[in-house]
Design a protein around this ligand. Structure first.
Ligand code: KIV
Length: 265
């Protein structure tokens, strides 16, 4: 079994094959994701919210991201693993960006993702120049939540839509191998998708994108603190987990568990 490569990822767009991306943060779920046949895993800094219980992604550190990237990469057998560069790991300088992106590759990732448009162009050029594949991320960028005033759809106004389109083209020219489009109107995502040769991966970007990405725990119905409009839960594992744990507690309390079957004679 071989790993999905960056050229293969890009070939999907040329062949009109949709790309399915999901986040994963540990070995157990990486195995489940790969067993389900998914080929691209993003170790997202969303782990700050869904794993660590923080209100946003801003406090996630490089060490934490590398810890989770290692867990995913060490059991992954075929997925393209993308490490999400956390806040302050690439903003400070090009040098910091190169050093930190390199640490993701040393942890087992094949590529990194960074948020932003014109402000990260020199980072993208430097990283790709050193052979580090970079995925872009435009539209609603969670690391800028304080500036944008919340998790809102971006590019509804024509001027902002034009800026996002221009930034997408600039990032492509700088060398990104794909771009995440988060919370943008479908019409804008369609235009960007048509105008770029590289794949667009939507999350709240509508059907027209070349692929989709969702947070794993949202797909599985495990995380319900905040369910954005773009999420479709394909299972309700939180409900199942609560039921299972209630039954366990009841059986311990009434003496039904453990029975002889779970005991050593
Ligand atoms: O951190 C993350 O999981 C992400 C995706 C949801 C795009 O950036």
């Amino acid at each position: 079994m071989s790993y999905l490569t960056i050229p293969e990822f890009q070939q999907h767009k040329k062949e009109g094959k949709k790309i399915t991306v999901v986040t994963a943060y540990d070995a157990l779920f990486t195995k489940i994701v790969e067993q389900a046949g998914l080929e691209v895993i993003l170790v997202g800094d969303s782990l700050g919210m869904v794993v660590q219980g923080k209100p946003n992604t801003l406090s996630v550190t490089m060490d934490e991201m590398l810890y989770h990237t290692r867990m995913v990469a060490q059991v992954s057998q075929r997925a393209l693993v993308i490490g999400d560069m956390p806040f302050l790991s690439y903003q400070v300088s090009v040098e910091e960006a190169v050093k930190n992106a390199g640490r993701f590759l040393q942890a087992g990732a094949t590529a990194v993702k960074i948020e932003g448009g014109l402000s990260v162009v020199d980072r993208v050029e430097a990283l790709t120049g050193f052979g580090i594949p970079v995925m872009g991320h435009l539209g609603m960028t969670p690391q800028s939540v304080n500036q944008s005033g919340g998790y809102k759809v971006r590019g509804k106004e024509q001027a902002e839509a034009d800026t996002i389109l221009q930034e997408a083209k600039t990032l492509e020219a700088a060398g990104v191998f794909g771009i995440v489009l988060e919370c943008v109107p479908s019409e804008l995502a369609n235009t960007i998708t048509q105008e770029l040769a590289i794949p667009t991966i939507g999350i709240g970007g509508g059907q027209g994108c070349d692929g989709q990405v969702l947070v794993l725990y949202d797909i599985l119905g495990l995380f319900d603190d905040f369910v954005p409009k773009f999420v479709k839960p394909y299972a309700h594992l939180k409900v199942d987990a609560v039921q299972a744990l209630k039954r366990y507690k009841e059986e311990v309390e009434c003496g039904k568990f453990p029975s002889d079957a779970e005991s050593y004679q």
